[in-house]
Each structure stands twice: as C-alpha cells, then as structure tokens.
Design a protein around this ligand. Sequence first.
Ligand code: NAD
Length: 353
Amino acid sequence: MDLFKDIAGYGHEQVVFCHEPACGYFGIIAIHDTTLGPALGGTRFWQYDSTDAAITDALRLARGMTYKAAVAGLSLGGGKSVIIGDNKRTDREAIFRAHGRFVESLGGRYITAEDVGTSPADMEFVHYETNHVAGLTGLSGDPSPVTAHGVYVGIKATARAKWGSDVLTGKTVLVQGCGHVGQYLCSYLRAEDVKLIVSDVDEAKVKQVVAATGATAVAPDRIYDQQADIYAPCALGATINDDTLQRLKVAIVAGGANNQLAERRHGDALAAQGILYAPDFVINGGGLINVYGEIHGWTAERSKKKAGEIYDTLLRIYDLAAAEKIPSYLAADRLAEERLLKVGGMRPMWMPG
Ligand code: NAD
C-alpha cells in the first residue's frame, strides 16, 4: 500500500505507528481531522490478517468519526486507534499502558475510549498514563440508552419525512439484534404501541425482549422477508446488500448498527427502491454524544437531550436530499462537510494570551 497516497486520499492529518517491545504492543493512532476539536474515537483491539488491513481499518474508522461528530454538532474531530493482537489475552496492563503513553504523547489531539475488543477496565489502564481517555468505569457508563433514544427519535423523524407524521402507533418495525441498543429501542417503540418483530442469534436475548414487549420473534435470516413498515438494524454491519435489497418489504431503514451499507452503491439502491434510509452515523450518534457528555461533565439528561437533536438533523438531511435530488447517505456527508468547511474557513484572529 502507498500510505501517503491513502492518507492524502482520505484526508488524514496524522497517523502514528507505535511499538512497545516489552509486551509486544503494536498500535496505530489515526487522526483524521481536528477542524472542529480534538479527535475522538475508540481503540479497537483486533487480530488483523495483515498490517495493511489494520492501517486501512484505522484510517476508515477515523474518517467516519469526523463525519459522525460533525453531524452531531459536537466540538470534536475524528480519530481512531487500533491495537494489533489477540483481544482475548489476559495480560492487559502493559498493552494498554503502552497505548496510553502514545495517546498522552499527542497532548490531547486524540482522545480514546472503548471499541471492539476493549472494555472499561482496559481504559483504566490507559488512564494510568493519560487523561485523554473516556468511557471510564463509574462515569458515563453504558452508552446504549442514549444511543437507543437517538435511534428512536431518528425513526420518528424518518417516519415524518416519509409519511408526513411521526406517530408510529400501529406501524410494524423489524428490530434486528436484541442486544444493548435493540432492547432499549424495543421498549421505546413498545410504549408507542408499535408492532415489533425481532430477531437475534442469541435465543436468550430474544426471549427477554419477547417477554418484556410482546414482540414476535423470527429466525435471524428470516427478518429480511417480513412485511413491515420499518427495518431497524441493531446488530451487524453490511446488512444492506445485494441479497437483502431484493427481500426487504419496508419503506424505511433506520437503526443503530454501524456501517449498514455493504457498499455506498447500496445507499443509491435503497433510494432507487423508494426506501428512505436514515444514515447510520447520524442516527446512532447518541453513543458519541454520551462520551462527549462524559468529557464535559454533562448529566445523563443533558446527553439524552442532545441526542434528541438527531430528529432535526435527519429532517435537514432529508430536505437536502430532496432539494439536491441525491440519496440521503450523500446528503448526510454533505451536511458534515458543510460544517467542516464553515468552521474551518473562519478567518484567523489574533487572540490575547
Ligand atoms: P450488542 O452486542 O449488545 O448487541 C448486538 C446483538 O446482535 C447481540 O445480541 C447479538 O447476539 C446480535 N446479533 C449478532 N448477529 C446477529 C444476527 N445475524 N442476527 C440477529 N442478531 C444478531 O451491541 P450493541 O451495543 O447493542 O450495538 C448494536 C449495534 O449498534 C452495533 O453495530 C454497534 O456497533 C452499534 N452501535 C452501538 C452503540 C452503543 O451505544 N452501544 C453506539 C453506536 C453504534
């Protein structure tokens, strides 16, 4: 791979390669854009097939964070880090302290948090070395209630754009994944008398949601074939793909999962099929808002209120998509880029001190 070509293509500011021989730590910290504020993004611990794969993941994820923070209206930039290795290893202190030192070396330009393969306990080790870490035990805690609230209001906004009303009563919603986000989302929807059809590969979780909400359960692969109004992916990425696009019988796709489109062209296909898509990085921004709230000492209520703004943000995106005759996923990118340009283009000022 031609690293500088990739960095220039994605628009990254800085990529740091880190090594600590004592514990076999190999890490990459990618800072994509700090126009709006310090780059924030979690640390992923993963056994990549190659160093190239790890670099590509770090670059792609960091860029995604810039867009997520920009549309969420936060004073944050985008970054992400990856640690290459077996995330099940039990001797974690040195690995995460090493990581914390490199985060510290960036002087606050990058703030880390949890991601796939890391836990609040790992972040405590990072915290031994740096204050530029969030997602710590006893602070903002599990982000999924705030994420689910954002997804819920996002579904309502999408319903309003599609049907002229955000009342969901009587609608049928497919919730894929009865994990953290899925469970909270189901309770919000149930309270509005939505008919729920749910799936999960973990039967115990399905049973829990069925008992709590009266939802109908279907086998994991059958969820795409159900007649419904809305599909809310809350499990895996890439569930909007060539196969599922032929099977979905819904008018809206709006859920909490990251990277829902297998490829960008699937966002075009959704629009061509008349299915309104709530861009994932907009509707699931509540998790990031929760971490931001932790950094700034917000109450849980304030974070939830901020996540409620996802409603208006999505309406703006749908208006832009209609005005420009572009799919919603592109309109979301434009909204993020507009904010970056506006803030980035502010004239320089001499400041005292
Ligand atoms: P989770 O692990 O608690 O739940 C995911 C659930 O999906 C699990 O119960 C799992 O068994 C289930 N699942 C896996 N494969 C499945 C399949 N093929 N069919 C049906 N179910 C399947 O995770 P979560 O925290 O609820 O996050 C869900 C999604 O939302 C993820 O994509 C995550 O990246 C994204 N997300 C989460 C947050 C958050 O605050 N937790 C924030 C932003 C985005």
